[in-house]
Design a binder for this molecule. Structure first.
Ligand SMILES: *[C@@H]1O[C@H](CO)[C@@H](O)[C@H](O)[C@H]1NC(C)=O
Ligand SMILES: *[C@@H]1O[C@H](CO)[C@@H](O)[C@H](O)[C@H]1NC(C)=O
Ligand SMILES: *[C@@H]1O[C@H](CO)[C@@H](O)[C@H](O)[C@H]1NC(C)=O
Ligand SMILES: *[C@@H]1O[C@H](CO)[C@@H](O)[C@H](O)[C@H]1NC(C)=O
Length: 168
């Protein structure tokens, strides 16, 4: 009975290991696409449309803090470039990160008039759902990911057999 409990516990741990291997690591999105691309005359709509944002991901704003800032605002303020009464001031040293903790639209702009020069971005954050197994293999998963998963499964199987032989 004790042995059986151990085997079951072990199986649960292994299943959890395999499950979490299919989870997605948080992604750091460099706003504008580069290291110092929180700047005027960059098309942030174009940039964000080519990114996928999920809960737990991070935004990185790289910018000249003497010129620009980063403020989280509501939709109305985003549309009208209003920097008064912002929701949150993200500005720190000019290499600033922001944790996307909720599945909702986020709106950011630079005050000091630069919003009117295009320094505003809308970020649509979704809850991550692992795509079904077969499409992953066909379209998205890299060879490295596949071999990592296979490795994990081999290790898991080996562990199960070790336990079975030892205790039963
Ligand atoms: C930015 O890019 C979007 C999508 O690519 C486009 O529809 C829009 O006209 C561009 N805006 C400017 C100001 O160039
Ligand atoms: C960032 O967000 C994720 C997901 O909500 C959370 O698990 C994590 O603790 C947050 N990290 C920090 C440093 O706030
Ligand atoms: C958005 O923020 C502005 C500035 O604080 C405020 O005047 C306005 O009422 C807000 N709009 C909504 C829909 O919350
Ligand atoms: C935002 O925070 C930074 C750093 O704390 C500060 O220097 C700046 O004045 C703040 N900006 C606004 C608009 O409150």
């Amino acid at each position: 009975m004790e042995n059986f409990r151990k085997v079951v516990l072990c199986l649960i741990v292994i299943m959890m290991g395999i499950f979490s291997a299919n989870c997605r690591d948080p992604v750091l999105h460099r706003v504008g696409g580069g290291r110092y691309t929180w700047a005027p005359n960059i098309n942030f709509t174009d940039w964000s449309s080519r990114e996928q944002f999920f809960v737990g991901d991070w935004l990185y704003f790289g910018f000249d803090k003497h010129l620009y800032n980063v403020l989280e605002v509501n939709k109305t303020s985003y549309e009208k470039c209003i920097d008064k009464g912002f929701m949150k001031n993200i500005t720190r040293g000019g290499r600033d990160v922001f944790n996307l903790t909720e599945a909702r639209p986020y709106y950011f702009l630079s005050g000091r008039g630069y919003c009117f020069k295009g320094m505003k971005v809308e970020i649509l954050v979704h809850n991550y759902q692992a795509p079904p197994a077969v499409p992953i293999v066909v379209h998205k998963t890299s060879a490295a990911d596949i071999s990592r998963n296979i490795q994990l499964e081999l290790i898991a199987t080996a562990l199960v057999w070790t336990f079975l032989f030892k205790y039963i």
